[in-house]
Design a protein around this ligand. Sequence first.
Ligand SMILES: [Zn+2]
Length: 322
Amino acid sequence: MKAPWFAQLLDQLPLLNQLQRQQLLAALHPAGGLDRVVALIDEIRSTGRRCPDCACERCHRHGRANDLQRFRCCACGRTFNDLTGTPLARLRHKGKWLDYLETVLDSRTVRPAAKRVGVHRNTAFRWRHRFLERVKHDRPARLAGIVEADETFLLESQKGSRKLDRPPRKRGGRAALRGISHHLDCILVARDRSGQTIDAVTGRGALKVVHLVTHLLPKLDPEALLVSDANAAYPAFARAHGVAHQVVNLSAGERVRNSVEGAIHVQNVNAYHRRFREWLARFHGVASRWLPNYLGWLWALDGRRVTSIEQLLRIAFGVINT
Ligand SMILES: [Zn+2]
C-alpha cells in the first residue's frame, strides 16, 4: 500500500467501534504471528548458521521464499533456509506456530489445541511430534551427587499403527500377563538431588544391565552415588562399572535411610514417575513409539523449566541446555 493511502487508513482507525476493532485485530493476528515467528527463527538460527549439506559457514542471501530468507552456500552452491534439515522444515501456516506452542506449554490435547490454533486435528498432532522431536534431546549433561534411579512401566500401545504385532485389546485394556512382561514398556528415570533428570524408554519387559550402561552410565558423574530399589540389574551394573551404589529395600518396608552421604531414598524419582503418569492421563493412552517425546515434553514443563514460547521454539530447533 502506498504511503499516503496508509496514512489515510491510520487516520480512520479512531472511527472504528469496539466490534470493528476486535475484527481488525483478529484479521491482523496471523500476520503478527508470522512476523514474530520469522523474526524469532532468524534470531535463533543466525548464530552459527551453516549449510545443511556441507556445513560451510559462508553463505549469501538468495531471495525469499515461503516467508523466509533463502541462502546460497558459497562452497557447494546449494540453497537453503533456516528450517532446512530441521524437524520444522516444510511445516506450513507459520503464522500459527507461536499460538500452537502456547498450547504445548499449556499441555493441551490435540482437539482443543487444533481448535485454539485454527488447524485440523491431524495437523495439530503432526506439529506436536515435529516440535517435540528435538525437545526430547534437551537433557542435562551430568547427574551428580546422590542419583536416584528407578523404572516404571506403562502398558505397551500401538495406537495409530496400521498393523499390530499382537491381537487388539479392548479400550482401556490391561496386560494379559501378570507382573513385568513384554506387554509393558519400561521407562528408566534417574534424577539427582538438584532435580536434573534423564529418562529412557528401554523397550518392552524388565530393565537389564545393558540399558543402564547405554542410558545411565554416560550421564553419571564418576563421584555420584547411585541409589535404587532392590532390582538386581542395579548392583550388577554398579559392580561392573565401579559405581558407588546403595539399595533401599522397599519390599522390606524401608523408605529412607540416613547415611554420611545424605538421605538414601528413591522418593524424588518416584514422585517424578507419578507426575508423568498423572500428566499423561489427559492424553488417554499414547503410542509407545511416541513415549520419548512425551517424556521430553514433561521434562520441559516440570518445575517450570521452560515457561516461554521463545524458549520452546529454541529447543525445538535443537538449541539445547539454554
Ligand atoms: Zn554447502
